[in-house]
Design a protein around this ligand. Structure first.
Ligand code: FES
Ligand SMILES: [Fe+2]
Length: 379
């Protein structure tokens, strides 16, 4: 296939200078290859655990071309399964919902929230005895390897990626002073863009545009101190040691900071791209995650979740501050989506291959491009 030949011809040096060539953001064959090489074999995020608030909450998602469900069971634990009935493979759920049991719409086989097969009507035909424990035993929903970290649900569909703990270790260690288990979701907002998923990730790792596209958020001077973070083969990020913008006048109320944060981190903002599709931002008093979900070669869905640092910060005492925070972050993301929809047209053209990355600003997103290339050129 032409795009495969083109893919093997991409030179890492050219990517360092110009970024990935335009065609990789618009080519359908490349998109199909990404499903396996990147999304199935890696640790891709599918949503957030706190989106599943109550036992019985179910979130269907498609990742790596496969249909999955994340489920909160009766004991409050999250599980991830293929959204595929064990009889004749009908999908069980097609929209977020809350259920006591999962009942297949086709022939009404029913499954417990932990995946176990519960019943199958008239399994033995005329002999109207319930399906036996033995016949049930090997027909539960097929579980998917997953991990939850900072409330983000990561899955490895192929089942053979490195252990999640190893994958996330460099970032986990970097954030060891933060009490990740205290965070409370205050909003989750869905977006859609007519853009390739890689441009959405690239943009999140582009600190250069922030003062220009989001002039409400900061000035150019304020981002000059931005520090590049190269944590692993899969994780890059940016840090502004004194970037926390929430420094209100003494009279204004402020959302509580993370408890016990080391002194040198009390004004620090850091944001990360966790390959392939997880975007993660940590401020001293809030957290933002964006789960980027490719829905086609030039269409992408995103869920932007905003968290505060504790139950106290999530209480009614801070309703106004929570709303303000959520509004600001969603306004910024909306500006990005509008920009990305336009970028998709020009960044995929031949002329884009004459672009010029800048040493001072573009090294982190360039590094994301290199990650992509390494994985795609791997057999
Ligand atoms: S396909 Fe689900 S019950 Fe038959
Ligand atoms: Fe932006």
């Amino acid at each position: 296939m032409t795009s495969t030949i083109q893919l093997t011809n991409i030179q890492s040096e050219t990517v360092s200078k110009r970024g990935l060539p335009g065609f990789v953001f618009a080519d359908n064959d490349i998109y199909q290859q990404e499903q396996d090489k990147i999304f199935a074999r890696g640790w891709a995020s599918i949503g957030c655990a706190q989106q599943l608030k109550k036992p019985g909450d179910i979130l269907p998602v498609t990742i790596a071309g496969v249909s999955l469900i994340a489920v909160r069971n009766k004991n409050g634990e999250v599980g991830v399964f293929h959204n595929v009935c064990r009889h004749k493979a009908a999908p069980l759920v097609d929209a977020p919902c809350n259920k006591r049991t999962l009942v297949c719409p086709y022939h009404k086989w029913s499954f417990k929230l932990d995946g176990e097969l519960m019943g199958a009507p008239r399994y033995y035909g005329r002999d109207n005895t319930p399906i036996s424990a033995q016949d049930k035993a090997d027909k539960g929903l097929i579980p998917v390897r997953f991990a939850i970290w900072w409330d983000i649900i990561f899955v490895n569909v192929s089942g053979d990626a490195q252990p999640f703990e190893d994958f996330i270790k460099p970032l986990d260690e970097l954030l060891s002073g933060y009490p990740q288990h205290d965070i409370q979701m205050i909003s989750a907002t869905d977006y859609r863009g007519d853009v390739n998923w890689k441009l959405a990730v690239d943009n999140f790792l582009d600190g250069y545009h922030v003062p220009f596209v989001h002039s409400q958020a900061c000035t150019v001077e304020s981002v000059l101190e931005q520090e590049d973070l190269f944590l692993s083969e899969d994780i890059v990020g940016l840090r502004l040691a004194n970037g926390a913008s929430d420094k209100p006048a003494k009279t204004a109320k402020q959302l509580p900071h993370f408890a016990g944060l080391p002194a040198e981190r009390q004004g620090t903002q850091q944001w990360f791209g966790i390959f392939p599709n997880t975007l993660f931002f940590v401020d001293p008093c809030w957290v933002q995650t964006i789960v980027v979900k490719p829905t086609g070669v030039t269409s992408t869905a995103e869920t932007l979740s905003v968290y505060v640092t504790s139950e106290d910060a999530a209480s009614d005492e801070y309703t106004e501050e929570q709303a303000r925070l959520s509004d600001v972050l969603n306004e910024v993301n909306q500006q990005d989506i509008e920009l990305l929809d336009k970028l998709q047209h020009t960044r995929t053209s031949k002329v884009a291959d004459q672009g010029n990355l800048v040493q001072a600003w573009d090294q982190v997103n360039m590094s994301f491009h290199q990650m992509w290339l390494r994985k795609m050129q791997c057999q």
